[in-house]
Design a protein around this ligand. Structure first.
Ligand code: PLP
Length: 408
């Protein structure tokens, strides 16, 4: 495996990183310098095919002319307005998102996914107390789900290892096994304020909801008056080949949260309340100094325009099929399967060697992510070409061989 050696720029940067940054991520295996399309280069000039896109963020890849142009123009015009003043880009972006969802509602812009879920959490609490007469004491979420790292979003996060060290929380959350419609039906009662789910669990290892699961969630929310919140932070903005993943299931949420791919790399998130859920917050109920700032909103509009103009939803479906089919056809003792949709796939392994596979892929010039000890996440920019995907699929058996040898 390549390790930064003393005389590389990477090694020097990694040492500096370790001495001044908190070790929450550390130390990252590659120091990136620049990118173009789905290709990135590290600080020592090594080239990689980026098959993770900053964790499903860089939807148009790197240095896409539409983002460069939109952001440069906006920076030269108006960088910041705060929410004391409005600006056209945020209005335009909210209109576009509602049109893409095909529904009326209202949008609250944030800077990140976790903040979008914080907004959703406050919204459902206010809805329960002001429009459902109170007495709704808990929220239902899924085991292994991930909704963010701030205290409210973390309370909803079903990964005990990252949630429990920071307990207690001021929110009572009942966790149910993801995908089990009966467990969901039993947990969601008239005392439940809301159900928070991902349409596919990203951080759990790209685990799609079984067919009928989202519909069951919708139905039990309708029966009990709980608010149905879909976290589309990782799954939204074309990643699965539709604008939002729930559109595959033909099920609509009351509230949807977005971030990641929306800004194409610029920080922006959104909490969208549809119908009556758009008017739960009143003046003064919530706020963000930077949320929906002109530069991030301009980048997001460029992302949406480009997905439309370049017909990227169809592209995601076609290249996603090629990726999934190509990986599934690989015969290797380490590989047990492939799951996911569109350009969001996980290769599952028969033992916990994902870190070795990630390292072997990196040595071979491919950035992928060991999302679970036994699963490799592949979430490339939506603009990745069929030819680029083919190079990875061709290289994959040898990457697995290398990982297997390291393990032995
Ligand atoms: C489904 C989901 N929700 C929320 C988040 C948190 O987003 P952020 O890291 O922008 O706060 C993530 C991040 O991975 C996510 O995948």
């Amino acid at each position: 495996m390549t390790k930064p050696t003393e005389d590389t720029v990477s090694a020097d940067l990694t040492a500096r990183f370790a001495s001044v940054l908190m070790p929450t991520y550390g130390p990252p295996p590659v120091a990136l310098a620049r990118g173009e399309g789905a290709v990135v280069w590290d600080v020592d000039g090594k080239e990689y095919l980026d098959l993770i896109a900053g964790i499903a963020v860089s939807s148009l890849g790197h240095a896409h002319p539409a983002i460069v142009e939109a952001v440069s123009r906006q920076v030269a015009t108006l960088v910041h307005s705060s929410n004391l003043f409005l600006h056209e880009r945020e209005v335009e972006l909210a209109e576009r998102l509602l049109a893409l969802a095909g529904r009326s509602g209202r949008v609250f812009f944030t800077n990140s996914g976790t903040e979008a879920n914080e907004a959703a959490l406050k919204l459902v609490r206010k809805y329960a107390s002001t429009r459902r007469g109170g007495g709704r004491s808990f929220i239902v979420a899924a085991e292994n789900g991930f909704h963010g790292r701030t205290m409210g979003a973390l309370a909803l996060t079903g990964k005990a290892g990252i949630r429990e060290p920071f307990a207690p929380y001021g929110v009572e959350v009942v966790f149910v096994p993801y995908g089990d419609a009966d467990a969901l039906r039993s947990a969601v009662t008239d005392e439940c304020a809301a159900v928070f789910l991902e349409p596919t669990q990203g951080e759990a290892g790209v685990v799609p909801a079984p067919s009928g699961y989202l519909r069951a969630a919708r139905e039990v929310c309708d029966e009990t008056g709980a608010v149905f919140v879909l976290d589309e932070i990782q799954s939204g903005i074309g990643r699965t080949g539709t604008w939002f993943a729930h559109q595959h299931a033909g099920v609509v949420p009351d509230v949807m949260t977005l971030a990641k791919g929306l800004g194409g790399g610029l920080p922006i998130g959104a909490c969208i309340g549809f119908g009556e859920f758009g008017t739960v917050f009143a003046k003064g109920d919530h706020g963000s100094t930077f949320g929906g700032n002109p530069v991030s909103a301009a980048a997001a509009l460029a992302v949406l325009d480009t997905i439309e103009k370049e017909n990227l939803l169809d592209h995601v479906l076609a290249v996603g099929r090629q990726l999934a089919g190509g990986l599934a056809a690989v015969e290797h003792p380490l590989l047990t399967g492939v799951r996911g949709s569109g350009l969001w796939q996980a290769a599952t392994l028969d033992r916990p060697v994902a870190a070795h596979v990630q390292a072997a892929a990196q040595d071979a010039g491919f950035l992928v992510n060991a999302v679970q000890p036994d699963a490799i996440r592949i979430a490339p920019p939506l603009v990745v070409t069929g030819e680029q995907v083919r190079t990875f699929v061709d290289a994959f058996p040898e990457i697995l061989d290398t990982a297997e040898k390291v393990e032995q």
